[in-house]
Design a protein around this ligand. Sequence first.
Ligand SMILES: [Zn+2]
Length: 274
Amino acid sequence: MPATVGQVVRLLEHRYPVGLAADWDAVGLTCGDPSATVSRVLFAVDPVRDVVDEALVLQADMVVTHHPLLLRGVHSVAPVDHRGSVLHTLITHGIALYSAHTNADHARPGVSDALADVLGVTDTVPLVPEAHDATVGTGRVGRLDEVLTLEAFTARVGERLPATAQGVRAAGDPQRLIETVAVCGGSGDAFLSDAARIADVYITADLRHHRAQDHLVDGGCALVDVAHWASEWPWLPVAAEALRADCAAAGSTVDVHVSTIVTDPWTLHRGSQP
Ligand SMILES: [Zn+2]
């Protein structure tokens, strides 16, 4: 029996409760009739044109993304810009769009758990626990499954995350030994001081010059900066498999697909050692 959009939403929100989302966030169902049937779901990081085109080719009935399509107030969804165009295409083809953003970041297991797992970081706890419940929160910190130098750890990150033009860059002594690792999928520079207190290295995305430099000169931990998309992608297969299993347990069959289209905005990188 196929699932319905409403049933998929309920199962996703059981794993990623909406109450865990940040106040500024806009998670949930963006379009789609809750009573419509769903037999195929595509998981992706970004609700962009390439992903919608992939959903059309796959004949998916629903797209689940990490990033919301509509985060700020809108007064028109006319197909005259990217967001309106994406929304029109989805509605025209009867494809539902759902996003699990900061609720998927904060839930356990969530986005940063998937990042920690793929990098071999074990025994994790939230880097920044929620005030009302210390078992959930932002980022994770745990033990690396073997002690590695920063240089070797950086190589591992490059091997285990999906390839991007940005690649992986690290800051700190390449021979520094890494035992305790803090991770935060997505833009995590707000949590540099939290990582500095407990970790040998902090891996996240979108780190900026001044904050990274201040952190390092103040004796903070080593840093590994990866592409935003790559830091969140490892959650997709985990979430997809969880939905497939949850639907099966509820007596419904859904086919799940994980997008491998690199939707990170950076497409070229030319680096050279100084
Ligand atoms: Zn993100």
